[in-house]
Design a protein around this ligand. Structure first.
Ligand SMILES: Cc1cc2nc3c(=O)[nH]c(=O)nc-3n(C[C@H](O)[C@H](O)[C@H](O)COP(=O)(O)OP(=O)(O)OC[C@H]3O[C@@H](n4cnc5c(N)ncnc54)[C@H](O)[C@@H]3O)c2cc1C
Length: 305
């Protein structure tokens, strides 16, 4: 007789048709579609809020940085209108999923059985849950460090022409206290490297100064790392993702969303929400998923449909 892993030997606390991991835009899109369909689900979120990466963070000096171009308020409004609060479990982290047995173990030790899982946890985590970490070995991803800086005075004219070392620089002065200005820079790093946030902040400030865009030292700085980010384009990326998707879906597991295997060149907030709904339709009715496969090579998108 084969030995069952200890974590599935617990008495099951509950079971649902759909387990949704993460109440970011992808998870909310899935929950809203399940509400429309009248299906049973649990939407499990590790943090104390919905919206995922779409959030505004305010520091002690009153400067705010709105990562992913959103405050999070719109996602809270969507949750309030479309999601049954009894099915939204905040501050509840999924610690492990036995993908083959379709049982999730929550961080507090409860076990939750499901028929389908739509997960927006990072793809490497999902693969380790499935005992298939090696399948993701050929994927390359980058990390993003968001760097915010706030200054006294008005934003200088040189700001618009300041170009490096960031992948994107956004003026966020509308979120700064009056009489101040601020920026948010997004820096990309190879996935394998550790990020020295202090050096990154100095690089941003140095580049602003070089463009005459930051004549004074900042009154505040802020950083947040997003890691590991989505799989970068490569010759075989889409084929690898299709192989992974087939493997996970055979156990009713859909790894979706920003970190769940989505192509960075296609990722945006609206697409994430649509992707969640389409994953539900794929599970229940075998419908094609356009948002998840957007940006894939035509052959991969077609064979996945
Ligand atoms: C730096 C940056 C800038 C961006 N800028 C823009 C932009 O300007 N415009 C735009 O449209 N998009 C932007 N995006 C993309 C946008 O943020 C994503 O498309 C969107 O957030 C994806 O939503 P998601 O639900 O898939 O993932 P996320 O927003 O990452 O949400 C995932 C959620 O799952 C939860 N979770 C993860 N693991 C577990 C677990 N084990 N148990 C329970 N909960 C878990 C997390 O806590 C999180 O709340 C940006 C992204 C980044 C990183």
């Amino acid at each position: 007789m084969t030995q069952r892993p200890a974590h599935t030997d617990r008495v099951l606390a509950d079971s649902v048709d759909f387990l949704i991991i993460g109440a970011g835009p992808t998870g909310l899109g899935a929950a809203a579609r399940l509400e429309q369909r009248g299906a049973e689900y649990a939407l499990v979120e590790a943090s104390d809020r919905v919206g995922g990466a779409a959030a505004a963070v305010t520091d002690a000096r009153g400067f705010s940085w709105s990562v992913a171009g959103a405050s999070g308020a719109q996602w809270q409004a969507i949750a309030d209108r479309l999601v049954d609060p009894a099915r939204l479990w905040l501050r509840t982290r999924v610690a492990h999923v036995d993908v083959a047995r379709r049982v999730a173990i929550l961080a507090d030790g409860r076990a939750l059985a499901y028929r389908w899982c739509i997960s927006s946890a990072p793809l490497p985590t999902a693969l380790s849950w499935a005992g298939a970490r090696d399948l993701g070995g050929g994927l390359r991803s980058h990390r993003v460090l968001a760097v915010g800086a706030g200054f006294r005075g008005g934003a200088p004219a040189g700001l618009a022409s300041a170009l490096a070392p960031w992948a994107r620089l956004i003026e966020t002065s509308q979120l700064a206290p009056s009489g101040h200005w601020s920026v948010l820079a997004e820096l990309r790093f190879p996935g394998r490297d550790d990020i020295d946030a202090g050096r990154a902040v100095e690089a941003v400030l140095g580049a602003l100064a070089a463009y005459d865009a930051a004549p004074t030292r900042p009154v505040t700085t802020w950083t947040r790392e997003f890691s590991p980010a989505c799989p970068e384009p490569s010759d075989d990326r889409d084929e690898l993702l299709r192989t992974i998707d087939e493997r996970l879906r055979a156990s009713g597991f859909f790894s979706r969303g920003l970190l769940g295997g989505w192509r960075p060149e296609a990722a945006d907030l609206g697409g994430a929400y649509r992707q969640g709904g389409e994953a539900v339709d794929a599970a229940l009715a075998g419908a094609a998923e356009e948002a998840y496969w957007a940006g894939a090579s035509p052959a991969e998108a077609e064979s996945a449909a």
